[in-house]
Design a protein around this ligand. Structure first.
Ligand SMILES: NC(=O)c1ccc[n+]([C@@H]2O[C@H](COP(=O)([O-])OP(=O)(O)OC[C@H]3O[C@@H](n4cnc5c(N)ncnc54)[C@H](OP(=O)(O)O)[C@@H]3O)[C@@H](O)[C@H]2O)c1
Length: 299
């Protein structure tokens, strides 16, 4: 089934006008891959906003930046993402994730821009043992999760919410890069085996965000790579593919983490990519497939 037009909405066939797309958080791990993917499209002109040029918490300068670009589509990846630090920086987390998003919504409304907001599996409490649907009740257990849900609450009904999980890629900090940096050591590597989820690679996620964003599909989507795992199994696979000694990896429970993490993590946050499926849109690949490619690029 092919539901999407080949040319993005708002572009007349044969027209030389390009769709203007703003990516917030353009220097973050997801934003970097999004810009690279958007730059491949001849229909699109991309502008990156990041903290160094536009602070999304500064309403006046954000509106000024929108005025200069007048975007058709905004893919809003900028966020306060320090999950543990957020427990003691509550106002700052809400200022960026909730008020910053409010400012983006206001600016998008002025210029008729379609907005795609990136959210998280941390909006769920993790007490389920079956994958979460887009329509399941939320119950975040951390300041980060609550502040990201607050951002969702700022959106208009016509905007897109994309919830994703365990984001990794070639750029920025993430579990794959952490494990690769420990690959040649000799110490035991302890990782929890009681937190279950799906990794999401930025190179795959970028493609899906462009698909839903440029086609201005409204509503909530769960978008992750396919295949649930836990952190212990994920780390073992990273090390195995990188040629490291897998016997160094030991499974522990969340209760055994020393010191304990300030922010609660969902024990189970597998996101059913139900909306994509029901709309006839293809899933992202299995995470094993992309992990191999990312490791080959990094080692
Ligand atoms: N990482 C994950 O596992 C994960 C999981 C689920 C959902 N998500 C969501 O996915 C999105 C992308 O995550 P990511 O991992 O790519 O995050 P990231 O690497 O931390 O990037 C976030 C970007 O936002 C920028 N930023 C922070 N405050 C800003 C402000 N006030 N104004 C403008 N820009 C600001 C940051 O700039 P500085 O670096 O200069 O502060 C950074 O470049 C986020 O919305 C996140 O909540 C992430």
């Amino acid at each position: 089934m092919h539901l999407l037009p080949k040319i993005p909405l708002g572009i007349e066939p044969g027209s030389s006008r390009k769709l203007k797309v703003v990516v917030t958080g353009s220097k973050g791990q997801l934003g970097t891959d999004l810009l690279l993917a958007l730059d491949k499209s001849s229909h699109v002109e991309t502008v990156g906003f990041d903290l160094h040029n536009v602070d999304i918490t500064n309403r006046a300068s954000l509106i000024e930046a929108f005025d200069a670009v007048r975007p058709d589509v905004v893919i809003h990846t900028a966020a306060y993402t320090a999950v543990d630090k957020a427990e003691s920086e509550i106002d700052l987390a809400y200022k960026i994730n909730a008020v910053g998003t409010r400012n983006i919504v206001e600016a998008s409304s002025r210029y008729g821009s379609h907005l795609v907001y990136i959210s998280t599996d941390y909006v769920f409490d993790g007490t389920s043992n079956v994958p979460y649907l887009e329509w399941d009740a939320t119950n975040p257990q951390s300041v980060y999760g609550k502040s990201k849900l607050a951002g969702e609450m700022e959106l208009r009904p016509t905007d897109t919410v994309v919830r994703t999980s365990w984001v990794c890629g070639q750029y920025g900090s993430n579990m794959v890069k952490t494990v690769l940096s420990l690959k040649d050591g000799v110490n035991e590597l302890k990782f929890v085996n009681d937190q279950h989820g799906c990794p999401s690679f930025t190179s795959d996620l970028a493609v899906k965000l462009i698909e839903v964003g440029l086609n201005k599909l409204p509503g909530r989507f769960h978008i992750t790579n396919q295949g649930p795992t836990n952190w212990y199994e994920f780390v073992k696979e990273i090390l195995r593919l990188a040629g490291g000694d897998v016997s160094r990896v030991k499974a522990i429970s969340t209760e055994e983490l020393n010191p304990p993490r300030p922010a609660a993590r969902p024990k189970y946050s597998v996101l059913d990519n139900c909306a994509l499926r029901l709309m006839g849109l293809g899933p992202m690949p299995d995470w094993h497939d992309t992990l191999g490619k990312v490791i080959r690029n990094l080692v």
